[in-house]
Ligand binder design. Structure first.
Ligand SMILES: O=C(O)C1=C[C@@H](OP(=O)(O)O)[C@@H](O)[C@H](O)C1
Ligand SMILES: C=C(OP(=O)(O)O)C(=O)O
Length: 421
C-alpha cells in the first residue's frame, strides 16, 4: 500500500503520542522474567512489540490481554521453545531475547524477516561466551538466524559500544538471573539513553544496576512483578512535532513526559533551533510554528532513530543542515543514511552522504519515493507531502511501530490517505 499526502493547511488540535516501543519491549520481557504477576498498562500494540510478546510466549510465559497485558512471570524458569522463534522486523526483540534464551535449557533459534536477518549480532554472541552461553550465527556470518544454547551462568565480559546499545541492554536484562555479571563497555558508547531506559525498567522491577568506570555490575537478584504504565514515545512523536514545524499552526501533544530518559526527546530542541516554538509541560508539549524553518547542525549519536525525521526537516528548511555522529543508523531496518539520501535525491534535494551522517541543502519538490520497507522512512517522508505533496511506496510499514499513524496525523489536519481496511 502507498501513503499519499497532499499539501496541507496549518495544523491544529490535540493528539496523544503513542506508547513507547522501547519501554514496551523492556516492560514485557522483564515482567516475563519476574516473580509473580505484572500488569503492563498502555503498552504499544504494534508489530515490533507483539514480536516480544510472542517471543516470551515461546519460552512458556503466559501473557493475556490487548489494551493492557497481564504477564505471569516465569521467575526465570523458561521452557525451550518448541519451534524456531520468528521475530519479524524487531531488532530490539532479537537482541534482548538472545541473552534471555541463554537462561533457558537446550537450543533456541531466533530469526526474523529479510531486514532483521541483516542486523549485526556477532559482538553480542562473542560477549555471551565468557558468561557461559554458546551462541552462533547459523550462516557463520554474524547475522541472524542465531542459535543459542542455554547456560547463562554469569561472570565478567566486555562488549564494543560503537555498534548497538541493544547488546548491552540484552546482557543486563538477563544478568540478575545468573550468578551476576560485570559488563565492560569498550570504545564509543552510542545510543546510551536506551541503556538508561533499560536500567530504569530493571530498577522499577526491583533490580539495581551499578555503573563505575565503564563497567555495569549486576548482582544475582529477582525481578518482582508489578503494575507498570508505559510512557509516550518521543521517536513516534517526532513525526507529529515535525508536521507542525513544517505545516505551521499549533498542536498539543500529550503523553510526553518532561523527565523522560528517552534520547529522542532532543527532537524538541532541534525543531526549536530550526524556528518552531516549543512549550514543555510535565506530561505534554505544545508545538507552534509559522512553517518557516532554518537549517541546523545535529549530533544524533544518542538518537539515531531521529535521522529520517531531521533529514526531511533539513530538506524543508532554508539553508544547510548537517547531521553527524550517527554511523550506527546504517545498521537499522535499512542503511538509513543511504536510503534517506537516495530518496531525498529523487525529490531534487542537494544531499551529501557522509560516513556518519549527511549534509542537506534546503529545497525539495514533491514526487514519488520508496520507504525501502523501513517504517521510519515511511513516516518521516510524509512531512514533505504537507508542503509539496508526496506518494510513498510501501508506506504501510508504519504499522511496525505506529499502527494508527495516518489517523493521528489526520486528526491534526494532515491530508494523508487512510489505509483501506
Ligand atoms: O534499545 C532500544 O529500544 C533501541 C535502541 C536503538 O538501537 P541502537 O542501540 O542499535 O542504536 C534504536 O535504534 C532502536 O530503535 C531501539
Ligand atoms: C531500529 C529500530 O528498532 P529495532 O532496532 O528494534 O528494529 C527503530 O525503531 O528504528
Amino acid at each position: 500500500m502507498e501513503l499519499k499526502v497532499d499539501v496541507s493547511p496549518e495544523l491544529s488540535g490535540t493528539v496523544k503520542a503513542p506508547p513507547s516501543k522501547s519501554y514496551t519491549h523492556r516492560a514485557v520481557i522483564v515482567a516475563a522474567l519476574a516473580d509473580g504477576i505484572s500488569e503492563i498498562r498502555d503498552p504499544l500494540v504494534a508489530e515490533d512489540t507483539l514480536s516480544s510478546v510472542e517471543a516470551c510466549r515461546a519460552f512458556g510465559v503466559d501473557i493475556e490481554g490487548n489494551e493492557k497485558w497481564s504477564v505471569t512471570g516465569s521467575g526465570g524458569e523458561l521452557e525451550t521453545p518448541d519451534d524456531v522463534v520468528y521475530l519479524g522486523n524487531s531488532g530490539t526483540t532479537l537482541r534482548i531475547m538472545t541473552s534471555v534464551a541463554g537462561l533457558a535449557e537446550n537450543y533456541t533459534v531466533l530469526t526474523g524477516d529479510e531486514s532483521l536477518r541483516t542486523r549485526p549480532m556477532q559482538p553480542l554472541l562473542d560477549a555471551l561466551k565468557p558468561l557461559g552461553v554458546e551462541a552462533v550465527s547459523s550462516r557463520m556470518n554474524g547475522l541472524p538466524p542465531v542459535i543459542i544454547k542455554g547456560g547463562f551462568r554469569g561472570g565478567e565480559t566486555s562488549i564494543e559500544g560503537s555498534l548497538s546499545s541493544q547488546f548491552i541492554s540484552s546482557i543486563l536484562i538477563a544478568a540478575p538471573l545468573s550468578e551476576g555479571v560485570d559488563l565492560k563497555v569498550e570504545g564509543e558508547f552510542i545510543s546510551r539513553p536506551y541503556v538508561d531506559m533499560t536500567l530504569d525498567v530493571m530498577e522499577k522491577f526491583s533490580v539495581p544496576v551499578e555503573y563505575s568506570d565503564g563497567v555495569f555490575s549486576v548482582e544475582p537478584s529477582r525481578y518482582r512483578g508489578r503494575t507498570y504504565t508505559v510512557e509516550g514515545d518521543y521517536s513516534s512523536a517526532s513525526y507529529l512535532a515535525g508536521a507542525v514545524a513544517v505545516a505551521g499552526g499549533e498542536v498539543r501533544i500529550e503523553n510526553l513526559f518532561r523527565d523522560s530518559r528517552q534520547g529522542d526527546r532532543i527532537i524538541l530542541d532541534i525543531i526549536s533551533e530550526m524556528g518552531a516554538d516549543v512549550v514543555v509541560g510535565d506530561n505534554h508539549v505544545v508545538v507552534s510554528s509559522t512553517g518557516e524553518l532554518s537549517g541546523v547542525q545535529a549530533d544524533l549519536h544518542d538518537a539515531p532513530d531521529l535521522l529520517p525525521t531531521v533529514a526531511v526537516l533539513g530538506a524543508l528548511a532554508d539553508g544547510r543542515t548537517e547531521i553527524r555522529g550517527v554511523e550506527h543508523a546504517r545498521y537499522k531496518e535499512t542503511d538509513r543514511i543511504r536510503t534517506c539520501a537516495t530518496e531525498l535525491g529523487k525529490l531534487g534535494v542537494d544531499v551529501k552522504e557522509l560516513r556518519d551522517g549527511m549534509v542537506i541543502e534546503g529545497g525539495v519538490r514533491g514526487g514519488v519515493v520508496s520507504s525501502h520497507g523501513d517504517h521510519r522512512l515511511a513516516m518521516a517522508f510524509t512531512l514533505i507531502g504537507l508542503r509539496e505533496g508526496i506518494t510513498i511506496m510501501d508506506g504501510e510499514v508504519f504499522s511496525v511501530s505506529f499502527p494508527d499513524f495516518p489517523e493521528r496525523m489526520r486528526s491534526i489536519g494532515c491530508r494523508i490517505n487512510l489505509p483501506q481496511h
